[in-house]
Design a protein around this ligand. Structure first.
Ligand code: SAH
Ligand code: SF4
Ligand code: F3S
Length: 458
């Protein structure tokens, strides 16, 4: 099988889970579509470009499918992910070579769908919204690949930002139970995982079910339920787990207890991706973000008080309908004020069915281009400044994988920076202090001698 991911971390997560589900059924991962008898395109609908890539990739698979049919070999093509959810019917109409369409909520049924297809030689669209047993099926098949793992704790979104398709492709917000999350986390740690990143489209909207009759400890919410801060405290007690992270958060759900967790939970790493999208209140309102620029800045101040070294990251959209030069300047001012460790910047993309797509005063493409270039330059400068500030310092690095050069390992700092170091292979999966000798926009380097001298294994 050959699986391609087009989207966010949850999309990549889903691809990994699909591979795990199919392995016991005799599917083995291969490097190219040419070698595969099953190709899964795990698609993303967030921006026009991402969604269109799928159709051009499907076009490229046509000759492959024809050749395999001609040779009597059966090549199955499946479209999964958020485009499947949003445009399942259209895909099957436009692209008859697609055998299976499966949405993000039903891909755990892939083994069954493939088996049924074998028996009936028929296709199938499965994009039902039933969160039901999905997580249990996935957890049971879970393998650990390396010392850092993702764990989905929350899915879906009820926020309905006017530009965004996610509430339509991923459905309503749902939270997994604390007990199921703890079980999966312990299982991962037993399999050698040292760092867990909790995942959710709105991960900090996670809530445990209300405790019967309220209660649930001093940190619990009035109805006895837990928020993400309390879940972090709870998971941090797992022995052998060294690091916790979570992504992606929404400013509206950044509550006091979660901010407090950054001050008090040592295993919670000092990095937070907190998308703000724009620095202009007028635009934020048009986006239905439910927060102002000032509210965001207050959150940042409080986070920095709780954890002075916290590294911050964000998403930005330039050229949202009605965005003027002044609005855009307000975004630059916000970036200047915060000082981000990294940020993702996007040109607004009109998505069918979302309220912003039919708003007046759409911004012209050249203006979007120009604003994007200016924002990217500012963000890049901040990223370089942030990374450079560590040169000469020692950082604890969790070594996750082999680098491209022989004898090189790549790991992550607490601030989610990639660190390249010439250290022995035996350091894989371990956390060690490495002295940083140089920095670029994308990575830090710890040189061989510095790493050898400076290394302390935790
Ligand atoms: N749930 C997360 C992010 C979801 S999508 C959040 O609320 O922040 C990831 C990012 O894609 C968004 O933060 C936004 O910056 C960008 N994005 C979403 N829809 C977009 C659109 N129509 N055009 C351009 N960028 C978009
Ligand atoms: Fe999309 Fe907004 Fe939900 Fe994030 S919070 S997934 S941007 S609708
Ligand atoms: Fe894309 Fe779906 Fe993720 S639209 S960004 S793959 S939730």
């Amino acid at each position: 099988m050959f699986i391609r991911s087009y989207g966010c971390q949850m999309n990549v997560y889903d691809s990994e889970r699909m591979a795990e589900l199919l392995r016991p059924h005799g599917y083995r991962s291969v490097e190219t579509a040419e070698e595969a008898d099953l190709v899964i395109l795990n698609t993303c609908h967030i921006r026009e470009k991402a969604a269109e890539k799928v159709f051009s990739d499907l076009g490229r698979l046509k000759p492959l499918k024809a050749a395999s049919n001609a040779s009597g070999r059966d090549l199955t093509i499946a479209v999964a992910g958020c485009v499947a959810q949003a445009e399942g019917g259209e895909i099957q109409r436009r692209m008859p070579l697609v055998d299976i369409v499966v949405g993000p909520q039903s891909y755990h049924r892939l083994p069954e769908i493939l088996a049924r297809r074998d028996r009936l030689a028929g296709g199938g669209v499965d994009t039902d919204f039933a969160a039901e047993e999905k997580f249990d099926v996935l957890a049971a098949a879970r393998e650990a690949q390396g010392p850092a793992a993702f764990l989905t704790i929350q899915e879906g979104c009820d926020k309905f930002c006017t530009f965004c398709v996610v509430p339509y492709t991923r459905g309503a917000e749902i939270s997994r139970s604390a007990a199921a999350i703890e079980r999966e986390a312990r299982d991962l740690v037993e399999k050698g995982v040292r760092e867990i990143t909790l995942l959710g489209q709105n991960v900090n909207a996670w809530r445990s079910a209300p405790a019967p009759g309220g209660g649930g400890g001093i940190r619990a919410l009035p109805d006895g339920s837990w928020g993400l801060g309390q879940l972090c405290r709870h998971l941090a007690e797992i022995e052998g787990l060294a690091r916790l992270r979570f992504t992606t958060s929404h400013p509206r759900d950044m509550d006091d207890d979660l901010i407090d967790a950054f001050a008090t939970v040592e295993k919670l790493m000092p990095f937070l991706h907190l998308p703000v999208q724009s620095g202009s209140d007028r635009i934020l309102e048009g986006m239905n973000r439910g927060h102002t620029a000032a509210h965001y800045l207050t959150l940042i101040d409080r986070l920095r008080r709780a954890r002075p070294d916290i590294a911050l990251s964000s998403d930005f959209i330039v050229g949202f309908p009605g965005e003027t030069t002044e609005d855009f300047e307000a975004t630059l001012a916000l970036v200047d004020r915060v000082g981000f460790a990294s940020a993702y910047c996007f040109k607004y993309s009109r998505r069918p069915g979302t309220p912003a797509a039919s708003m007046g005063r759409q911004v012209a493409e050249p203006d979007k281009e120009e604003r994007l270039a200016r924002l990217l330059a500012l963000v890049e400068a901040q990223r370089v400044a942030f990374n450079s500030s560590f040169v000469g310092q020692e950082l604890p690095v969790l070594f996750e994988k082999r680098g491209r050069r022989a004898g090189q390992l790549i790991g992550r700092s607490p601030y989610l920076q990639s660190v390249h170091a010439a250290v022995p292979q035996s350091m894989l999966g371990k956390i060690a202090a490495a002295r940083i000798v140089s920095a670029s926009a994308n990575a830090l380097a710890a040189d061989a001698s510095a790493a050898r001298e400076g290394i302390r294994v935790f």
